[in-house]
Design a protein around this ligand. Structure first.
Ligand SMILES: C[S@@+](CC[C@H](N)C(=O)[O-])C[C@H]1O[C@@H](n2cnc3c(N)ncnc32)[C@H](O)[C@@H]1O
Length: 474
């Protein structure tokens, strides 16, 4: 008895509870967290004298430059022991943590490192506390939205992902509690603290919004370097832009295990400019799910559709095709669909509209082929040509117009699945709503705008083709 009492007393001195206190704006885990720049310098890192943390960027805290900086200048350098990573090898800090991490599905990549972050957050003596205490207390990712605002997203593939993550967090909470029920305090990976779904959601979001995938130090089989997810103190204060002015590079400082992570100016940085990194050319689905924001007119945004023969027949009939063949392709057409992985044993029926390609190549090729019906015409081209929107009317102008009209009809069908129109959404925003409702509504406005942009682009192409098809009367 006496021993266990002692264990609890001594444990209390070494844990940092997962509950959060009210903090200054924008809310951080500690009300007055330590100075990150000073900590990085104390640990042997480098921070350019003009790089400063700014509290009042449009996106929370960010880094700015207080003077003009030349392209190529080193701005931040982190020594190898500062990034926080999950090590699954023998240096793993706790075998139980490694066992829990093995139960995380691959697609929820952020949770593995999240377990490690939670372990350090629970430890009152953590080396990383100066960093962790500077992390946001809350995140705007949809797993924390009220149910009504999850529904407000109005886009089934995203709703599915959000629900899947929420379900995982609840199941994992149960699993962790069962696993750690009888574990001795000294072996407990979270310093004896109960881990609930909310703490798991916090840590998963901290990682998904801030971690970077970089080369690890170890060489993997084949000689190439592995990729490791890392949290990069201070560097992760850079906000996102598709036109970044800084980039992350890794530099070997002699020995194999000492990789320096650096931020350098990718372009000239002007006085008072924010330091911006490109988080990736991602759709708004990923930005919202993983980072908690959406980008207006995101050139990488897409919508996902199922390649469905009945839907395509309906779309092409709406586009004026008399008797479309999507439901009854000829054997040669079926064979080409298999080559596009849209038919056969294990087809991938998810296709996208929008983004850089405007129409996913596999979908465009399938529609061109199915609307053609002429094997001799189709055989003149390879699949890459048929998949490309920039190859002009490879199967003839009439075929191309019918194909574009079919995609436009698919867009109309996709739009009809959203219960509200953009104008209504804008009206709701004007009335004033909660932050999470605003984010949901902005997300669905962007999805619908993107579909409308694709329709406009294809309509313009149809007009140009129609002008070529009908010679003008002279
Ligand atoms: C790596 S952190 C950057 C530092 C962060 N602003 C902070 O206050 O700690 C990424 C988070 O910053 C915000 N953010 C970064 N870039 C953004 C952008 N372009 N638009 C909106 N929010 C952004 C989002 O909340 C995102 O999850």
């Amino acid at each position: 008895m006496a021993t266990s009492k002692l264990a609890i007393t001594s444990l209390a001195a070494h844990i940092r509870p997962f509950t959060c206190s009210v903090a200054s704006q924008p809310s951080r885990l500690a009300p007055h967290p330590p100075d990150l720049v000073r900590w990085i310098k104390r640990e042997g890192g480098f921070v350019h004298h003009a790089v400063k943390l700014s509290q009042d960027t449009p996106f929370g805290i960010g880094l700015i430059s207080t003077e003009q900086i030349a392209q190529g200048t080193d701005l931040i350098s982190l020594p190898p022991h500062v990034p926080l990573r999950f090590r699954s090898d023998e240096t793993a800090p706790s075998p139980l943590l490694a066992a829990l991490a093995r139960r995380v599905p691959g697609e929820l990549w952020a949770m593995k490192l999240g377990l490690r972050l939670l372990q350090e957050r629970a430890n009152a003596d953590s080396f990383w506390w100066p960093y962790i205490s500077n992390l946001p207390e809350t995140y705007t990712v949809p797993i924390f939205f009220p149910g009504e605002d999850i529904k407000n997203l109005q886009y089934a593939p995203l709703l599915h992902q959000v629900n899947k993550r929420c379900r995982f967090l609840l199941d994992f909470e149960r699993e962790i509690r069962q696993t750690l029920e009888d574990v001795k305090a000294s072996d407990h990976p979270f310093s004896g603290q109960d881990v609930n779904a909310s703490a798991l959601g916090w840590t998963m979001s901290a990682v998904s919004t801030r971690a970077f995938r970089l080369h690890g130090n170890r060489k993997v089989r084949g000689g190439s370097s592995d990729h490791v997810l890392m949290m990069l103190p201070l560097i992760d204060m850079c906000n996102h832009s598709f036109s970044p002015n800084v980039k992350i590079i890794q530099e070997q400082d002699g020995s194999d295990s000492n990789t320096l992570v650096k931020v350098v100016a990718e372009t000239q940085v002007k006085e008072n400019d924010p330091l911006l990194l490109n988080y990736g050319c991602l759709s708004n689905d990923f930005f919202l799910l993983d980072y908690g924001f959406v980008i207006e007119s995101n050139p990488y945004d897409t919508i996902e559709l199922k390649y469905d023969e009945g839907l395509l027949d309906a779309a092409s009939m709406a586009a004026g095709v008399a008797s479309p063949k999507f439901s009854s392709p000829a054997p040669w057409q079926h064979q080409l669909l298999s080559q596009l992985n849209l038919a056969g044993k294990m087809p991938n029926l998810k296709v996208t509209i929008g983004g850089q390609d405007t129409v996913e190549g596999r979908l465009l090729a399938a529609i061109r082929i199915l609307l053609s019906g002429e094997l001799v015409e189709v055989e003149k081209h390879d699949l890459e040509t048929l998949k490309s929107l920039s190859s002009t009317a490879p199967l003839g102008i009439a075929n191309e117009i019918a194909a574009f009209r079919t995609v436009i009809a698919l867009c109309v069908i996709a739009l009809s699945h959203f219960p509200t129109k953009i104008m209504e959404d804008e009206g709701i925003l004007k009335q004033g709503v909660s932050d999470t409702a605003e984010l949901s509504i902005k997300y669905r406005i962007q999805k619908k705008s993107m579909i409308i942009d694709v329709m406009k682009d294809l309509t313009r192409r149809v007009k140009l083709l129609s002008a070529q098809e009908t010679p003008s009367a002279s």
